[in-house]
Design a protein around this ligand. Structure first.
Ligand SMILES: *[C@@H]1O[C@H](CO)[C@@H](O)[C@H](O)[C@H]1NC(C)=O
Ligand SMILES: *[C@@H]1O[C@H](CO)[C@@H](O)[C@H](O)[C@H]1NC(C)=O
Length: 395
């Protein structure tokens, strides 16, 4: 009798154990790892640990936003709180309220559309603030972006990659892992071997920023970016290849407005690449150093205005439109992407015409564990997250 009861208990315990295991492994398939606590990054040595701080290792985070779009400000404020970051809104401006005299014009041409003028001024106000407050660096975001719950891990990986590309090698002061850095020599090869994220070279730790000491702009959120082409005479050619980045969706979910999309053509699934910028589109999110902010104020604030802000950023990075090229790092896919809220498509933008359709289901481009779309889970203290772009073998 006793023996029978205890074997029933053992059987029950086994069933419970199996249930827990099955539940756990199915949970872990849709969300392969628990979110690593923010404190993990605070324990890293030196400046890298600052990525764990309230501004992701920048001195401030500025969000460009119309004061009237309180819906977007609410959403951004929530996302920031759920990511343990502090943001500051910078007022965007309706283009038609900007007088002709306030628009730099050094050649004869028509005034740009109000939408483009407004967007240019909004970003200029943020850049102006970075210079006025003498911030060592700042991240500037548009107010409709979203990111992955694992953003600190992603920024940490990006920082290590950026350091490998732009910091001098240990034991030297002028040699770099990228032989074409800071600029390719005359007749240098158009391509250099990839640096692999798992075995990055030892470089001298930066003093200014966890992202390195020699950058003007980090283009972290875009809707299209190219690897530096072999013919580009100015931009360094190396890239850091991060294979098996679990935060990167499968290729079928990735897209880039600017082609060719070599990341998808030439590399395995779940690869993220850190590289210098070329042909970037959309200014969803970018960091600027104080040095970069001053140069931006000069290049985009005092010179002839006849292109939209993201095209101006492209000119700033690669040269063109009367602007010099500058030191701009980027990554593909980016880390900040458009969040497309459910609702009337007309509300997607105060500057473009999105017609009178309706979106039933909210989504964020290319972000797997979206902060916005997991808000309820995060608020409830949950740890199993909704993956917007599950792997095909997770079915
Ligand atoms: C976060 O780290 C950056 C980079 O070291 C630093 O400039 C900034 O002041 C820090 N911010 C906070 C709130 O600790
Ligand atoms: C800006 O900050 C730098 C670095 O802290 C400092 O050397 C410089 O004097 C500051 N400039 C102004 C105008 O405050």
């Amino acid at each position: 009798m006793l023996a029978k009861q205890s074997s029933i208990r053992v059987a029950l315990a086994l069933v419970a154990l199996i249930t827990i295991l099955v539940w756990y492994s199915s949970g872990s398939l849709s969300s392969p790892h628990r979110v690593s606590s923010f404190a993990d990054y605070g324990r890293k040595s030196g400046l890298l640990g600052d990525i764990g701080n309230a501004t992701w290792g920048f001195e401030d985070i500025l969000v460009v936003s119309l004061p009237t779009r309180t819906d977007r400000r609410d959403g951004m404020q929530l996302q920031a709180a759920l990511s343990e970051v502090r943001i500051k809104f910078v007022d965007a401006i309706i283009g038609k309220t900007i007088p002709d005299n306030a628009i730099p014009k050094t050649t004869q041409h028509d005034r740009m559309g109000d939408a483009s003028i407004g967007s240019w001024r909004a970003h200029m106000n943020a850049i102006h603030e970075v210079v006025a407050r003498n911030l060592s660096s700042a991240l500037i975001l548009e107010d409709d972006v979203d990111w992955d719950i694992r953003i600190r891990q992603q920024l940490h990986d990006f920082a290590l990659s950026a350091q490998a590309l732009t910091q001098p090698l240990t034991g030297s002061s002028h040699t770099y892992a990228d032989p074409t850095y800071p600029h390719p020599a005359e007749g240098a090869p158009g391509a250099v071997p990839d640096l692999m994220f798992g075995s990055l070279p030892q470089t001298i730790p930066p003093k200014m920023s966890p992202y390195g000491d020699d950058w003007d702009l980090l283009w972290l959120g875009h809707c299209g970016m190219r690897f530096v082409s072999p013919e580009n005479p100015v931009a360094p050619k190396a890239r850091v290849i991060h294979l098996n980045d679990e935060t990167c969706p499968e290729k079928r979910y990735l897209w880039s407005i600017t082609g060719p999309f070599k990341l998808v053509d030439d590399y395995p699934q779940h690869t993220r690449a850190v590289h210098h910028s070329e042909e970037g589109v959309c200014s969803l999110g970018y960091a600027i150093s104080q040095r970069g902010a001053r140069k931006l104020l000069y290049e985009l604030g005092t010179k002839d205005l006849r292109d939209g802000f993201d095209i101006l950023l492209r000119f700033f990075c690669n040269g063109g439109g009367g602007r010099k090229p500058h030191m701009c790092l980027s990554l593909s896919p980016g880390l900040f992407h458009h969040h497309r809220a459910a609702g009337p498509l007309a509300a997607q933008s105060d500057i473009g015409d999105h017609g009178d359709g309706f979106r039933d289901q909210a989504l964020t481009d290319m972000v797997r564990w979206s902060v916005r779309l997991n808000a309820e889970t995060l608020l409830d203290g949950g740890t199993v997250f909704h993956d917007q772009y599950p792997n095909s073998d997770d079915a």
